[in-house]
Design a binder for this molecule. Structure first.
Ligand SMILES: [Zn+2]
Ligand SMILES: [Zn+2]
Length: 156
């Protein structure tokens, strides 16, 4: 664990803001919300959309924080004022998470007792290489990243 230990309320990606004291939590790359155990209430399928996409959509969410009342994603700061989620999906960077979701869809579904996400067909054509390039660009990671299933599980 690095940073302050807080996680995005939707996708559960850890806060990457520097230091222990900052006004707002933020992360460079958000991931499909299904990886944070978010699911579609009707279909029970894991949610494949990114929070950075949903905060600029008309979609709504609910959970224990909203006392199970529907609340627009656009106004997420009502419940999470200390989180800054920019409505700016960086397509290249999220290739990594798309790849992870395609590869481990069933495992995540099992883990969260949900149904696998409907991943768009285009996601299946993302290669390991593209995924790693997106990851490196997002996090400025040098060298090679191992893609064994163990590594992926640690990273998520
Ligand atoms: Zn997020
Ligand atoms: Zn933080």
């Amino acid at each position: 664990m690095f940073g302050c230990g807080q996680q995005c309320p939707f996708c559960k990606v850890p806060c990457e803001a520097g230091g222990k004291t900052h006004k707002q939590h933020s992360a460079a790359v958000h991931r499909p919300q299904g990886l944070g155990s978010c699911r579609n209430i009707h279909t029970e399928k894991l949610d494949e959309t990114l929070c950075t996409t949903d905060v600029q959509s008309e979609k709504k969410f609910k959970g224990t924080d909203t006392e199970q009342k529907w609340h627009p994603y656009k106004e997420y700061t009502t419940y999470y004022p200390d989180w800054h989620i920019p409505p700016d999906p960086t397509k290249e960077a999220s290739d990594y998470w798309k790849y992870v979701l395609v590869q481990y869809n069933d495992k995540f579904a099992q883990e969260f007792k949900a149904k696998p996400a409907d991943v768009p067909e285009a996601w299946r054509s993302i290669t390991k290489r593209q995924a790693l390039r997106g990851l490196k660009e997002a996090f400025n990671i040098r060298g090679t990243v191992s893609f064994s299933s163990g590594a992926a599980q640690r990273l998520v």
